[in-house]
Design a binder for this molecule. Structure first.
Ligand SMILES: Cc1ncc(C[n+]2csc(CCOP(=O)(O)OP(=O)(O)O)c2C)c(N)n1
Length: 619
């Protein structure tokens, strides 16, 4: 029997020897590789976290102490050790285990995460609550080196250092974000890594002080001064200490003895402490160690070759965007590309290779990315800011206050808009229509296919103000791409089919499924193209003509295109017309495959047809 099969809660770890824990680490790695090769998921981050997770659960008392995982994509070992081993094969599958920590899933998941850089803030809140309640448990945040570059993490360090309450922060430094980590903080961490000498000397002084039989305040003061001196001698300054944290490290994140010793020690220290742990992304799986970016998060793959099992046959929207932008950028030097740590995911990689000087990966810093783009736009450049729908939520105020209010020429390319495979509620891109379409000056487009996407990109770059383009994480329709690119008329919809007695208005990804429905029902079908501004003329004319209308979108209904059409018709005195809005309900959507969820929420051609038929009967 494997050691892993005997672990039903973290308590079961406590009786294992270091040798046994080391066996357990290998078993956990095998389990993660075998499962993720079938389910897809975040492989490399999890393989790098195995020893650290074991050590944390070994040293802490999981029923009282709290671990807050930043992003939460590295919690597979944590899930395996906290009673979820038997369900692990359902990872990321519909109705199975989530790929992220969820409070509803386990009492060991202290805080729900998915978006980065929240862990220290949440942990600090919990630490302060603990103090106010007069309790004494350990509160610990685990944060990656890239997530530490997010603004919220800085804000939390700033408050934590000043509050001085007991708080442990484990910095998991693997020098990687999804791709190579960027920024001055990452350069600084490298410097710290390269100076273990200081830490060795520092440990030695602390050891000597501890060994001194009678240690009076003067000796302690002397030891501290000595420590300061050493610090200044070997490295410019330990930034975390300047902020009020005690700094420990670097610690080898794959050495169980060293990790356990360090954690035992630091958990007793008063005040905020940061432990700098060095890990290797993909540890223990050669293919992932060699290409951690590819294995950061991926679909099902062949363990021997690393090849993905499902290959997209048609070009994805993301690819078509990346290639088209590249072509346009060759003709216009003012075009600059901006990403917040998602160069690969957003398709900007090709652009970055050809135009490294015009490409900016700002780190996991969506708010900054947007205002940075504003600065470039004010200075005459044409920034293209490519951000996933779910992460752009972070930068709502920057879009509104720094871009739209000043009517700046910035193009937002919103990838993963709509239902997103596998990751669940934290990553569904279903709110952007609602949170963008009420912002004055901002135009919001959604292409029906990859060919239209290209024209929209061209349109966006020609437009004189802020404009956004949304599309899902999916392959395109496989349509022929036009040779030339044309500018679309802002706010002009496209009538794709004329029918009788019913008009269907569809946005973006819903146009093709709605077209099938329109054909079946002999209805008129309009590709809205623009969620904002709406095509007032076409909408009002067809509404009057057909008498009954349906609006379909892949986004939440509240505040979506349907709502906006209703408002328009009310303004035009047409509110007594029969209207059906089809979209996503007012809830956070679970994880599962895109096809399962689209079908569950009635956004396939069959689902739309069923809803429309039922409504027609009742109407
Ligand atoms: C706000 C936000 N932006 C982007 C992401 C996408 N994302 C998920 S993990 C990750 C990299 C995290 O790197 P790091 O914190 O160093 O952890 P590692 O994966 O290296 O363990 C990114 C950019 C996110 N989860 N949240």
């Amino acid at each position: 029997m494997r050691y892993l099969d005997r672990i039903n809660s973290p308590k079961d770890l406590k009786n294992l020897s270091i040798g046994e824990l080391s066996h357990l680490a290998s078993e956990i790695r095998e389990e993660i590789i075998a499962t993720v090769s079938k389910t897809g998921g975040h492989l490399a981050p999890n393989l790098g976290m195995v020893e650290l997770t074991i050590s944390l659960h070994y040293v802490l008392n999981a029923s009282e102490d709290k671990i807050i995982w930043d992003v939460g994509h590295q919690t597979y070992a944590h899930k395996l050790l906290t009673g979820r081993r038997k369900k692990f094969s359902t990872l990321r599958q519909y109705q199975g285990l989530s790929g992220f920590p969820r409070r509803e899933e386990s009492r060991y998941d202290a805080f729900g995460t998915g978006h980065s850089s929240t862990s220290i803030s949440a942990a600090l809140g919990m630490a302060k609550a603990r103090d106010l309640k007069g309790e004494g448990n350990v509160i610990l945040a685990v944060i990656g080196d890239a997530s530490l570059s997010g603004g919220m993490a800085f804000e939390a360090l700033n408050q934590a250092g000043a509050l001085g309450t007991n708080l442990l922060v484990i910095l998991n430094d693997n020098e990687m974000s999804i791709s190579k980590n960027v920024g001055a903080l990452s350069i600084y961490l490298n410097k710290l890594m390269a100076t273990p000498l200081y830490n060795r000397l520092r440990r030695r002084t602390q050891y000597l002080v501890k060994k001194t039989p009678v240690i009076g305040p003067r000796a302690l003061k002397f030891a501290r001064r000595l420590e300061e001196g050493l610090k200044n001698l070997f490295i410019p300054s330990i930034w975390f200490e300047e902020l009020g944290f005690r700094y420990f490290g670097p610690v080898d994140g794959h050495n169980l003895i060293h990790l356990i010793e360090t954690l035992e020690r630091v958990k007793k220290i008063e005040g905020p402490v940061l432990v700098h742990v060095i890990t290797k992304k993909g540890k223990g799986f050669r293919l992932a160690e060699e290409d951690p970016a590819k294995f950061h998060g991926l679909g099902p793959f062949d363990i021997k070759t690393g090849k993905l099992k499902e290959r997209k046959k048609k070009p994805t929207y993301t690819q078509v965007f990346g290639e088209t932008l590249l072509k346009l950028a060759r003709r216009d030097k003012r075009i600059v590309g901006i990403t917040a740590a998602m160069g690969g995911g957003t398709g900007l990689e090709v652009f970055s290779e050809e135009f490294p000087d015009r490409f900016f990966d700002v780190g996991i810093a969506e708010e900054h990315a947007v205002t940075f783009a504003a600065g470039l736009a004010v200075s005459g450049f044409r920034p293209v800011v490519a951000i996933y729908s779910t992460f752009l939520q972070r930068a709502y105020d920057q879009v509104l206050h720094d871009i739209a209010l000043q009517n700046l020429k910035v193009l937002f390319v919103i990838d993963r808009a709509g239902i997103v495979e596998g990751d669940g509620a934290t990553h569904q891109g279903i709110f952007d229509i609602a949170y963008l379409s009420h912002i004055p000056n901002l135009v919001l487009m959604a292409p029906k296919d990859e060919n239209e996407l290209r024209h929209m990109l061209y349109t966006g770059l020609k437009y004189h103000g802020p404009i956004a383009l949304r599309y899902p994480k999916d392959e395109g329709k496989g349509v022929k791409l036009d040779k030339g690119l044309k500018s679309l008329r802002i706010g002009k919809a496209e009538i794709l089919r004329k029918g009788e007695g019913l008009a269907i208005f569809a946005l973006g990804s819903m146009v093709y499924p709605a077209l099938e429905v329109a054909e079946e029902l002999d209805a008129t079908l309009v590709n809205l193209r623009f969620a904002k501004p709406l095509d007032k003329k076409i909408i009002t004319t067809l509404t009057k003509e057909c008498g009954r209308i349906v609006i379909v979108e892949e986004g939440i209904l509240e505040g979506g295109v349907g709502t906006r059409v209703l408002e328009l018709l009310e303004e035009e005195g047409l509110s007594n017309i029969k209207i059906k809005c089809i979209g996503l309900p007012d809830k956070f959507l679970e994880h599962g495959s895109r096809s399962i969820l689209l079908s569950k929420y009635g956004l396939t051609s069959r689902g739309i047809l069923k809803t429309v038929r039922r409504w027609l009967k009742s109407a």
